[in-house]
Design a protein around this ligand. Structure first.
Ligand code: ZN
Length: 109
């Protein structure tokens, strides 16, 4: 057993560790990445981008920590409560802790 856990100072409070072998295929290992999750309940669809996850480098299977799943559920519930039909957003609120790209979105509404 190796005990040299590579714990970098990241604000991901997950228990998922990159390097785990894949649950779906015999050869892959999970690497840290981001996935886009589509949540659906009733008439509400929420697309959440950049959800921190572990992604298999072979088959692309992704693992989300319980924490992320919980938060996604919360995001979905909020959207349902607001009567939103379709929402596209990033997992992280674009405020702090993350470099903001100079997105030149043309919002003309
Ligand atoms: Zn795999």
């Amino acid at each position: 057993m190796e005990t040299d856990v590579d714990q970098r100072d990241e604000h991901m409070g997950t228990s998922l560790t990159p390097g785990q072998s894949c649950r779906q295929c015999p050869e892959g290992t999970y690497e840290k990445g981001g996935v886009t999750e589509t949540l659906e309940r009733g008439d509400t669809v929420v697309v959440v981008k950049d959800v921190p996850a572990l992604v298999c480098d072979v088959c692309g299977n992704s693992l989300l920590a319980a924490e992320e799943v919980e938060r996604l559920q919360h995001i979905l519930e909020q959207a349902v409560a607001q009567g939103i039909e379709l929402q596209s957003r990033y997992y992280q609120p674009v405020r702090e802790g993350k470099e903001q790209k100079a997105a030149s979105a043309s919002e003309s509404e």
